[in-house]
Ligand binder design. Sequence first.
Ligand SMILES: [Fe+2]
Length: 240
Amino acid sequence: MKKVLVLSDIHANFPALQAIWSYVRECRFDRIINTGDFTVYSTFPNETIQWFRKRKKSISILGNTDRRILRILKGKHLKRPKKEEKTIMYYLTAETLLPENVQYLKSLPRQTVLTIGDIRIGVFHGTCDDEDETLFPDAPDSRFRKLAKGSAFRVHIMGHSHTPYYKIIDGIHFINPGSVGRMFDGDPRTAFAILKLSSEEISVEHFRIPYPVDEVITGLKKNRLPDIYAKMYRIGRKLN
Ligand SMILES: [Fe+2]
């Protein structure tokens, strides 16, 4: 049985990532999969990226926020997001990132494939069709069926919707671990999943655990970021 830690949408929330790592410290993972959005909205992008750079068993892809950061660093103008309280978070991240961490982001793909045992796994930020598709668990089954049809992967690991779920549709396993660092559902705890695989069995367990939100809020205050973010982290909802 192989064991995989599945993480997504960390959004530079390093205190949440650390809390997860202390919680699962005893588990020996064969892989750590991260579906992207390392950056933006919390103030620890370097610590977050360094954590993955150190872990040779980790495999990561870029999310939409990471791609936007790379665009800013190329000197391109951001068309979206439009709200100033959002763009300020992007420009702060772009200014803060150390060159070696920028290099690391630049080296990452937008999607990837890996095989564990005899199981092929596709890793996507949105979906295999569209890297920016926000797929929620209550999307019609027909949408999942379309993704499953002729799928080259037995398992699809996806992020972006910040909503944990696990569905098996037409024999294809769709997993979203939820968001490590930016919760939308009114539960401020951090989210992650553990995937277990063997040729006979695939299983997924979701977790929600508390983490020191105050550390995130201290980071926001130090950088004089809009107050709305402190509230967002405390209540676990998107307010911006
Ligand atoms: Fe995200």
